[in-house]
Each structure stands twice: as C-alpha cells, then as structure tokens.
Design a binder for this molecule. Structure first.
Ligand SMILES: [Zn+2]
Ligand SMILES: [Zn+2]
Length: 375
C-alpha cells in the first residue's frame, strides 16, 4: 500500500466515521491554504483531502481496507478484491449489473469551481495578492453536514433493510432470474432522513459567500489557472470539498502591449529629433526611465530595454521592453521653415533625390519579422 490514509489523518484503523470527520476538519482548518500558503503545506492539504475522500465514503473505504486503491480504480465490480462472493454476484456478472454493491454513500466529493479574476499588467508582471469573494457551498452548521434536523438522525430504510437495492425474481427462458435495482424509497442510500434539516433541506450544505486571499505569482498571463485545493464546493453529506480554480484575465494597459513576457510600445518623434538624436522619458513598470534615441534613428527602428518586461513564470529573469520608433514628417511648414529645409536639402545635395527602390514594403516587413521573432 503506497499511501496510508489513516496515518495521514492521524486516526486508528478502527476509527469511527465521526472520529475521521473530526480529524479531517481539525487538519483542514490547520493546513488551509488561507492560513498557510506554503507549497509544502498545500501538498499536505491535498493529501488529507484525498484521505478524507476515501475514508469518509464507506464504499471507497472498503475497497481501500481490502488493499485496493479506490482513487485510481474505477471503484466498481470485483476490483476491490472481493471476488465472486455469492450467487447474486455471479448473476450480476452475467447480466452486467455488477457496477455497484451495497448502499450508495450520501457523502460525495464536492465539485470544482472556477472564477475569473481581472488583474492589471503590473500585477501580472510582479505578482500580487488579491482578496476575492466566492459564492460556494459550505458545510451546513445546523446539521453538521448530516442532512438530518437537529435531534433526529437518518434511519435504515425499511423497504430495502439498508441494502440500498431491492431484488426481484422474474421468469425467463433460463428459468428464474433474480435482478436487483436501486431501492426506490431511499434512492439507493440505504437510509432515509425522516426529518430533513430545515437549513439545508437535507443536502448537508448551504450556499455562502466567502472571502479568500489569493496569491498571484509573477508572470501569469491571460488564461493562467491557479488551483486552490479544497476551496471549491463542499460535497453533499459533508463530503470533502472540490478545488477552486482562479482564471486570470489581464486587463489592457494604456501604454504597453504584451506578447509573451515582452512588452511593446511605440514612441513618435519628430523628424528633426530622429536626425539629431534625443532622450525621451518613458514610464516603465519599474518607474520613469530615459530612452536614448540615437542621432540618425529611422522610422520603424526598435530600441530594446532588457529585463524591463514581465517576470518569467517559471525560472528567473524577465522579458524585455521594446520601444518602436515612429518618425513623424512635418505636414505644415511656414515660409521660414520651408526656406531652411530647402537650404538643408541643397547643402546635403538632396534637392532632386532619385530614391532607392527595393522589393516589398520595408516598414511592414520589419514589423512582421518582429512578430515572428516574438518581439
Ligand atoms: Zn443542514
Ligand atoms: Zn431503501
């Protein structure tokens, strides 16, 4: 046996359901990711959830006690090591009804839940903690998850005498055949709850709004899902909780566009500044920085600022920030400006330039190339 579920919950092998439940609740409170976000503790939290999922379910517990693994096996049939027990098992094997034996458990694992969380680019780049509210199913305090009104308890079903199924003998060409079907009075649970809990109508859980603090690691992107073990819905009958997934949705940023872990922005500068060089200020994620536009900068040229992008989710380091330069040619010139420009053109012998032709569209081509390189 690889995992000792009893040891994980710290209970004896002959512990009652009540003792198992108490041990689980105590550990769950102690190791809850809210209280203790340490990854090792979260791993242990998953373990106690798995242990409780098995030991709180009479069927799975039986499979486990017989040496099987109820969390990996399909859980049904003869896989549990019981083998062909009696005549009805053999009949079931022939007629394909061997999937379930005995009463169903009222305790089941809760469903996983997912919520979407909007975050800003700087939060994605550096990580953050967020307080979120989730509407989820929690254990009903009135009945402690049992589903029975206080002072009452579930009773053995008198129709199936707790077996959860009723048998019927029918005649066929083979002779007499016995078939079983789930008990209609108790829906196969083997017990009935005569007076359901008024708070939860017998479900053992109620809806409640909870506040959670979620740690968002640096480097998350659109669609990244953060798993919070055991923060989903509590199962029916006080069963172990499912997991909660927080799906990240990154809000657009006013200056930067994110591609992978790199950030891109465009700066427009006048023709004269591109020719003479200049320095511009840019509010990066790390604060205001100076971008050096060298003399002779061309439109479409890009200036990389290393390690100014988003932190890599796995492994250290960060992406780059790439500033794309767009040179603006003046559209309206007054007489004096035109005179000076013509004078400059004459000085540079550019009064009648022939131009240089080459195939394709230079600006678009370089942008496409950048896109292919992930820039
Ligand atoms: Zn209740
Ligand atoms: Zn019944």
């Amino acid at each position: 046996m690889a995992t000792d579920y009893y040891a994980i919950l710290g209970v004896r092998r002959d512990a009652s359901q009540d003792e198992i439940k108490k041990a689980f609740r105590r550990l769950a409170r102690e190791l809850h990711p809210d209280v203790n976000p340490d990854p090792k503790t979260q791993e242990r939290f998953k373990e106690i959830n798995a242990a409780y999922e098995v030991l709180s379910d009479p069927e799975k517990k039986q499979v486990y006690d017989l040496g099987g693994d109820p969390l990996s096996a399909s859980g049904g049939g003869f896989g549990g090591g019981g083998g062909f027990g009696n005549f009805s098992d053999i009949m079931d094997a022939f007629f394909g009804t061997a999937s379930q034996r005995g009463p169903r458990s009222r305790t089941r694992r809760g469903q996983d839940a997912m919520i979407r969380l909007d975050i800003e680019l700087p939060e994605a780049a550096f990580g953050t903690t967020k307080d979120i509210q989730v509407d989820t199913a929690v254990v009903c305090n009135t009945c402690n998850g049992e589903g029975a009104a206080p002072g009452t308890s579930a009773q053995t079903c008198d129709m199936c005498r707790g077996r959860g199924e009723v048998s019927q003998v029918t005649r066929s060409f083979l002779g007499q055949v016995m078939t079983s079907r789930p008990c209609p009075q108790c829906q196969g649970f083997g017990t009935v709850v005569p007076t359901p809990c008024p708070e939860c109508a017998g479900d053992g859980r109620v809806r409640s709004r909870r506040n959670l603090t979620v740690k968002i690691p640096a480097g998350v992107d659109n669609g990244t899902r953060i798993q919070l073990a055991g923060e989903g819905e509590v199962g029916p009958g006080g069963g172990p909780a499912g997991d909660l997934y927080v799906e990240i949705h990154e809000l657009p940023h006013s200056t930067f566009q994110r591609r992978g872990d790199d950030l891109h922005c465009t700066v427009t500068i006048p023709m004269t500044a591109a020719a003479l060089g200049t320095k511009v200020h840019l509010d990066t994620l790390d604060g205001r920085e100076e971008v050096d536009i060298r003399p002779g900068t061309q439109s479409g040229q890009s200036i990389p600022m290393h390690q100014r992008g988003v932190t890599h989710l796995r492994g250290g380091g960060r992406g780059d920030l790439i500033v794309h330069v767009e040179v603006v040619t003046p559209q309206k010139l007054d007489a004096e400006q035109e005179r000076l420009l013509r004078q400059l053109a004459k000085l540079r012998d550019e009064e009648r330039p022939q131009g240089q032709f080459q195939p394709g569209q230079q600006g678009l081509f370089s942008r496409l190339k950048d896109a292919f390189n992930g820039r």
